[in-house]
Write a protein that binds this ligand. Structure first.
Ligand code: SF4
Ligand code: SF4
Length: 413
């Protein structure tokens, strides 16, 4: 897979490299190649980590006993990495119907093909289009497409049943209870095609988690949660309430944007960031999106030890001393009303983080295109009227990330 040498690969790598190199962030050279790249396919683990006793927690009323570190497979496209993670004691793989246009689920399907079904736990997510401004599904939406997508996911994964089926990326309470999709999920659960149903959210998380708890319809919530979120205390409270009510709680975006600075010179201490999340015992497992064997080993080490050292605590405070705003956008949405064009800035900033933090240009492009913004009016603004909570230079980042839509999709794979 992705072994090099031919002309199209040369073009592919050049295009990807050019995007990153010519970014306004001043990224330097080949050492910054995107992680989902050929370099990773050529890596093999020098030595497989030994299976170690890991801390297990119960995923709420599902009763599933999971290691506190799972794998968010979204940014990975190396089957050897997924195999190594399973061999090292990770049991829960999180993917989505849309990741890498289905190749993510297909890759997982190949990896798990010859493994006993009870040796791993699978979660996947279905995203359905919604009104970009309101976050609500169209009133006349039917469950057919939702069910078709899920059936396709089962085929790609090569299983008859997943463990958790999520409705993906919910930002409004009303969307959480949207009858056609909720009924479809309950039907799939009754048919035994999924054991449990859940909701994922990275916008307006406290409201969504509380609504999921109050609805008594869901088994699991998957939420963004990290030490850099301005509203992390509200999320913490909502998580505590959800866990008390028996919901399983899975945390994502634990890496908080990967870097403190937009020049990507000062990486966040990933082990410390993951430990911070797991010190909240109402979080049952996490899905860090590691893409290299080194990152995997680092995350797996947290599975056995979540005590924050003094040095790690200091590392988590580093941001207070750095004037730069980093890459993580907590999706507070305070920017959208400030822009006269009501641009979907939070989603574009998520795309920016995927490109420059996770180095997943394909996901960055898909996220950007989902905003439906063809022509960016930012170039016509003499100055940007948006004051971002995190201090991002919005105009600069918008103009930068918008270029990715012009790179042909096949060059980013
Ligand atoms: S104001 Fe800044 S941090 Fe908040 S959603 Fe907009 S871009 Fe993200
Ligand atoms: S520069 Fe872009 S984001 Fe800022 S106000 Fe103008 S159109 Fe909106």
């Amino acid at each position: 897979m992705h072994k090099g040498g031919n002309m199209s690969k040369k073009v592919t790598n050049k295009s990807r490299r050019n995007f990153m190199k010519t970014g306004l962030t001043g990224i330097a050279g080949l050492s910054m190649l995107p992680v989902v790249s050929r370099a990773n396919h050529e890596k093999t683990p020098e030595s497989k980590p030994k299976k170690a006793p890991s801390i297990l927690r119960t995923l709420g009323k599902t009763g599933l006993r999971l290691p506190i570190v799972s794998m968010g497979v979204m940014n990975a496209d190396n089957p050897k990495l997924v195999e190594a993670a399973l061999d090292a004691g990770i049991t829960h793989l999180d993917t989505a119907h849309g990741y890498q246009r289905g190749r993510n689920e297909e890759m997982i399907g190949k990896v798990i093909k010859n493994r006993p079904r009870d040796s791993y736990v699978l979660g996947t997510k279905i995203y359905e289009n919604r009104n970009r401004k309101t976050g609500l599904f169209p009133k006349d939406a039917k469950s057919d497409t939702f069910i078709e997508k899920f059936e396709t996911s089962l085929k790609r994964l090569g299983v008859e049943q997943v463990d958790i089926l999520y409705i993906h990326s919910i930002a409004q309470k009303e969307a959480l209870l949207f009858e056609p999709y909720l009924t479809a999920m309950q039907k799939l659960k009754a048919q035994g095609k999924t054991r449990f149903i859940g909701v994922s959210t990275h916008v307006n998380e406290p409201d969504i988690i509380n609504a999921a708890t109050d609805s008594q319809q869901y088994d699991v919530v998957l939420t963004a949660y990290n030490f850099r979120q301005p509203h992390r205390l509200e999320i913490k409270k909502a998580i505590a309430r959800a866990a008390k009510a028996g919901l399983g709680v899975v945390a994502m975006k634990t890496q908080a944007g990967v870097y403190w600075d937009q020049e990507r010179q000062q990486p966040i201490n990933m082990r410390a960031a993951l430990k911070w999340v797991l010190n909240d015992t109402n979080v049952h497992t996490t899905i860090p999106g590691f893409t290299t064997f080194d990152q995997m080993n680092l995350d797996i080490s947290v599975m056995r030890d979540i005590a924050l050292t003094e040095e790690e605590k200091n590392d988590l405070r580093l941001g207070q001393k750095i004037s730069s705003s980093g890459l993580y956008c907590p999706q507070c949405r305070k920017c959208t009303s400030q822009c006269p064009h009501h641009l979907e800035i939070p989603t574009m900033m998520r795309s920016y983080m995927y490109a420059y933090g996770y180095k997943n240009l394909e996901q960055a492009r898909e996220t950007l295109i989902s905003t439906g913004t063809r022509r960016l009016p930012c170039q016509d603004c003499s100055s940007c009227s948006v004051h971002c909570t995190m201090g991002f230079d919005i105009q600069k980042r918008m103009l930068d990330i918008h270029r990715i839509k012009d790179i042909p999709e096949e060059f980013l794979v």
